[in-house]
Every structure is written in C-alpha cells, then in structure tokens.
Write a protein that binds this ligand. Structure first.
Ligand code: NAP
Length: 259
C-alpha cells in the first residue's frame, strides 16, 4: 500500500525515543520528513543522521515542550526549514505518579499541564499550516484514560483530556478536511515503561505477570506496531476516518483477560 506521504512534513513531540522514535522512523521509511521535538540530544541527532544517510530529510529540535512559547518556536522552526507542515503527532508524555494520597493540588495541576498543555499548543500554532495542507493530527493517549491505574491522577486526567480533544478537534476541523484521531496503547516496552517497571520491588516478576494478561500472543505491543497505525491514520489511505479512538493493545483493554 502506498501511503502517499512522500516529502510531507510531520511534527512528532517526543519523537526521539520510545513510541515517538518509532513513529519518526516509520515516517522516514515512507519518505516523509519528521520534525523531532524532543530534549534527547544524542537520540535525536542519531535519528536525523540515520534518515539523512538514507537520502531523507529530518529536523531535530532539542527542546522540551514546557510552555506555549516552546511549541510556537518549534512550529516556526519546522516551517522555516521545510515551508510546509502536513501533520502533528502529539506523543510526548510522562506517567509521573501524582495520585490522591501521594500528591498535592499543586503537583496535580502541574502534571495535567505537563501532559496536556503542549497537545493543545502544538496544534494551535500549527493550525494555519495544517489548513493550507489539509493535514492530519494523531494524539497518543493511554489505556489508563479509560481503565485508571491508581496513584496517577494527573497523568490519567491528561490522557482522558486528550481523548476528548480528539473528538472536539475532529468536529471543529471538519470544515477544513483536517482529520483528528487518537491511538491508545496499553503495554509497550519503551524507556518510559522501563522506568515505571522499576518502581516495583521485582520488575521482572511484574513484567511476566502483565504479559500473561495480554490476550493476543501474551506479549507487549511493540513501538513499531503503534507507529504503523499512527502513520496509516496520518496518511490519506485513512481519508474517511476521523474522531476515532483506536486501541492498539493486543486486546488488553476490551477482551476478557480471564481467558
Ligand atoms: P518515552 O519512552 O519516555 O519517550 C518519550 C520521549 O518524549 C522521551 O524522549 C522524552 O524525553 C520526550 N518527552 C517527554 N516530555 C516531553 C515534552 N514535554 N516535550 C518534548 N519531549 C518530551 O515514552 P513512551 O513510552 O514512548 O510514551 C510515548 C507516549 O505513549 C506517551 O504519551 C505515553 O503516555 C503513551 N503511552 C505509552 C505506553 C507504554 O506502554 N509505553 C502506554 C500507554 C501510553 P525525556 O526522556 O528526556 O523525558
């Protein structure tokens, strides 16, 4: 299947590592130009080097999206380099364990802002370019938005907000032909997941226990499997799909895990 995204330009927040790193790679494989917005200098530079060595183009913006100005500047830099923006993949996030018992009102607000604010900011500043290109948007959320996890109120509130914004933006942007969808992972081995596992006394036992409960093939979803869905949703091969919340999780969220 030809995805027709050759030479198109996509902003990927957190695009240097984990799921975002896989999205950047699949975009590059398909001939698109990823703009990697991620503070990880070595990983970001290595990806750009890899893509350029294969004849592609890419840009690494070594910044953490902490305030709206960071998103504004990232959009400006991307447009300055490539002269167009065809899509936004809101992916950066951190499960920071701000709960009710182990948290505070201040920490809760900061966690929601850290995980949700830049999803809005990036789309807000990219919108004029997305209107011009009839672009598309994919928000990466989390199964915790619908299942809960315990002790992570800020993160789950933000993840739920991302699902609402997917529907809301899909409606608001109908008139421009801009499609907006969400991809919902459950258990994907990434640097973020590894650090979450380390919060347990015996991470290896915990991992085995989780994998046994994943219905399809009793294994983690790979970052590549998330990325393939994201890039399909960005492309015009999914041209009549908008406002959808798509679980790429081996059946983890919906199938009977007692089976
Ligand atoms: P990851 O391994 O931590 O990779 C995320 C990358 O984003 C890191 O390079 C990180 O840099 C960067 N980043 C974090 N905050 C940023 C910000 N504000 N601006 C720019 N870059 C930022 O995470 P992941 O597991 O791939 O997760 C990616 C997305 O999938 C997140 O939204 C997460 O909630 C979601 N998700 C993941 C899983 C899973 O099982 N892994 C499950 C459900 C949902 P630093 O390392 O320097 O912070």
């Amino acid at each position: 299947m030809n995805l027709n995204i050759n030479q198109k330009v996509y902003l990927v927040s957190g695009g240097a590592k984990g799921i975002g790193g896989a999205i950047s790679k699949v975009l590059a494989e398909e001939g698109a130009y990823p703009v990697i917005i991620d503070p990880s200098v070595k990983e970001g530079q290595n990806l750009v080097f890899e893509f350029e060595s294969n004849g592609g183009k890419a840009l690494h913006i070594p910044r953490r999206l902490t305030d709206s100005n960071a998103a504004k500047e990232a959009v400006e830099m991307a447009f300055q380099k490539f002269g167009r923006i065809d899509g936004v993949i809101n992916n950066a996030g951190v499960n920071d364990g701000i709960g009710l018992e182990k948290g505070s009102p201040e920490a809760f607000r900061a966690s929601v802002e850290k995980n949700l604010g830049h999803y809005y900011d990036l789309v807000y500043y990219a919108l004029p370019h997305l209107k011009a290109s009839k672009g598309s948007i994919v928000n990466i959320s989390s199964k915790t938005a619908v299942t809960g996890q315990g002790n992570t109120s800020g993160y789950t509130a933000a993840k739920g907000g991302q699902l609402s914004l997917t529907r809301e933006w899909a409606v608001e942007l109908l008139k421009y032909g801009i499609r907006v969808n969400a991809v919902i992972p459950a258990e994907v081995m990434t640097p973020l997941y590894e650090s979450w596992l380390k919060t347990f006394d015996n991470p290896e036992d915990k991992l085995n226990e989780i994998q046994k409960r994943i219905p399809l093939e009793k294994r983690m979803t790979t970052p590549r499997e998330i990325a393939d869905m994201v890039v399909f949703l960005l492309s015009d091969r999914s041209s009549h799909t908008t406002g959808q919340l798509i679980y790429v999780d081996g059946g983890y969220t919906h199938l009977d895990r007692a089976l």
